[in-house]
Design a protein around this ligand. Structure first.
Ligand code: AMP
Length: 404
C-alpha cells in the first residue's frame, strides 16, 4: 500500500509518499506560500537528482493538494499512474488535547474533537484541519488517519502534568502540560531499543529533540514520563526563537516597562527570543557557530545558555527515572552539531555519561557516540516522523479493511 503523509502549516504543506510494503520513500515535496503571492511547489522523486518546481498561484490548501497530486502523477517526475494507487493518507496533527492517546482513523467525530481543542493550538490545529478537509474533498474515498504530536505524552502522570495554579483552571480549561514532538521522541526511543538490542521495557531513555523547536523527554519502559514542552511548545528548552522556561513575572514587568500589549509580549517570547534574541545573530546554529568562531561573545553565550538548559533537563530526568540507560540526540541540531552535543555531554562522567569525541564527529547517521566504558549509551538517531505517521496510518487502515 502507498501512503501519502501530509503535514500542513498555515501557508505551507510538506508531503511524502511511502510504499509501505517495504517502507521506502517514493517522493517528497513542499508547497510554500499557499494563499500568498509567490505560491510554489517543489517535488523530489527518490533517486532522481533534479527537482520538479512549479511557481503558480495557489489560493488555498485545496489548490495545494491538487498540485501535490498532479506532481505525484506527473509523467516525468511522478511515482503513481493513478490516484487510486494511494491507499491511505496520514495527517500530522499537533494537538489532540486529552482526547487521543493514539493515532486514529479520521471521521466526523475526530474533526469535531480537533475543532474543539483548536484554541489549545491556534497556530497549528486550524491549518491541520484545513489540510484534512482539503484532502477529503479531493480524495473522498481514501481512508485517512490523524497522528498527534501530543499523543505519546498522554502517559505522563498527573504530578508531572498539572501546573500549580488553582485546580479549577485545569478542570475548566484543561490547562496542563501536554508535550509535543511525541512522534519523534517515540521513533528515536524505539530505534534506540533496536540498536542496543534491548527490550524497550527494560530501558530508561532521555531523548533530546533539538531542532528549531526543541524538547527533551524522559521515557521509561517505552512510555513518556515527563517532557519539557508544556501547555504549548513555548515551555522548556531555549529554542531558535522561543524563550522556553522563564519567570512569568517578567511578562507583567515588560508590559509596564516597554508599554507592550500581551500579544506583543507573546510574540517576543515566541519569535524574538531564544538563541536568536540572546545572540542578536540568528536562530540557526550554523550561523551561531560561525559567529562564535569569529569571536562573537553573545553568540557564544547563546550556545552556552542553550546547552545549560538541556543539561538541566537531563539531570532532572535522571532523578525522575532513578537513572538512565541511553541519551539520544535527534532533529536538525541534535543530528548535525558535534559541537553542541559535546558541550551538553561535557563533564557528566560521574553520572556514567561519557561522550567519545572521535565517534561524535558524525552527522545525520545512526551511531553510538559514547565511549566503550560509558555506562550510559549516547546515540545519534536521525528522526523520521513521516515514517512513524505512515506506519500508524498503514496499521489503522489494514485493521479497518480486515473489519469490513
Ligand atoms: P529542524 O527544526 O529539526 O529542522 O532543525 C533546524 C535547526 O537545526 C536549524 O535551525 C539549525 O539550528 C540546526 N542545524 C541544521 N543543520 C545544522 C548543522 N549542519 N550544524 C548545526 N546546526 C544545524
Amino acid at each position: 500500500m502507498k501512503v501519502l503523509i501530509i503535514n500542513c502549516g498555515s501557508s505551507s504543506l510538506k508531503y511524502q509518499l511511502l510504499d509501505m510494503t517495504n517502507e521506502t520513500l517514493l517522493a517528497k515535496g513542499l508547497v510554500e506560500r499557499i494563499g500568498i503571492e509567490g505560491s510554489a511547489i517543489t517535488h523530489e522523486k527518490t533517486g532522481r537528482k533534479d527537482k520538479f518546481t512549479l511557481a503558480t498561484p495557489m489560493e488555498d490548501h485545496n489548490d495545494a493538494i491538487r498540485h501535490v497530486i498532479q506532481a505525484l502523477l506527473d509523467k516525468d517526475h511522478g511515482v503513481v499512474s493513478s490516484m487510486d494507487e494511494i491507499g491511505a493518507v496520514g495527517h500530522r496533527v499537533v494537538h489532540a488535547g486529552e482526547m487521543y492517546s493514539k493515532s486514529v482513523l479520521i471521521d466526523k467525530s475526530v474533526i469535531k474533537a480537533l475543532n474543539d481543542c483548536a484554541d489549545l493550538a491556534p497556530l497549528h490545529n486550524p491549518p491541520n484541519i484545513t489540510g484534512i478537509e482539503a484532502c477529503q474533498a479531493i480524495m473522498p474515498g481514501t481512508p485517512m488517519a490523524a497522528v498527534f504530536d501530543t499523543a505519546f505524552h498522554q502517559t505522563i502522570p498527573p504530578e508531572a502534568y498539572v501546573y500549580a495554579i488553582p485546580y479549577e483552571y485545569y478542570e475548566k480549561y484543561r490547562i496542563r502540560r501536554y508535550g509535543f514532538h511525541g512522534t519523534s521522541h517515540k521513533y528515536v526511543a524505539e530505534r534506540t531499543a533496536d540498536i542496543l538490542g534491548v527490550n524497550i521495557k527494560d530501558l530508561k531513555i532521555i531523548t533530546c529533540h533539538l531542532g528549531n523547536g526543541a524538547s527533551v523527554t524522559a521515557i521509561k519502559r517505552g512510555k513518556s514520563l515527563d517532557t519539557s514542552m508544556g501547555f504549548t511548545p513555548l515551555e522548556g528548552l531555549v529554542m531558535g526563537t522561543r524563550a522556553g522556561d522563564l519567570d512569568t513575572a517578567i511578562i507583567q514587568f515588560l508590559c509596564e516597562k516597554e508599554d507592550m500589549s500581551l500579544p506583543e509580549i507573546m510574540n517576543v517570547l515566541n519569535m524574538e527570543s531564544g538563541v536568536y534574541g540572546l545572540s542578536g545573530v540568528s536562530s540557526d546554529f550554523r550561523d551561531l557557530e560561525q559567529a562564535v568562531e569569529a569571536g562573537n561573545e553573545r553568540a557564544a553565550l547563546a550556545v552556552k545558555v542553550f546547552a545549560h538548559r538541556v543539561r538541566f533537563y537531563i539531570g532532572a530526568y535522571i532523578a525522575i527515572m532513578n537513572g538512565v540507560d541511553a541519551i539520544v540526540f535527534t532533529a536538525g541540531l541534535g543530528e548535525n552539531s558535534a559541537e553542541v552535543r559535546a558541550i551538553i555531554c561535557n563533564e557528566l562522567g560521574n553520572l556514567g555519561i561519557k561522550l567519545d569525541l572521535v565517534k561524535n564527529k558524525v552527522r545525520g547517521k545512526e551511531s553510538v557516540i559514547s565511549k566503550d566504558d560509558s555506562r550510559v549509551a549516547i546515540l545519534l538517531i536521525p528522526t523520521n516522523e513521516e515514517l512513524m505517521i505512515a506506519r500508524d496510518t498503514y496499521k489503522l487502515v489494514n485493521k479497518l479493511k480486515r473489519n469490513v
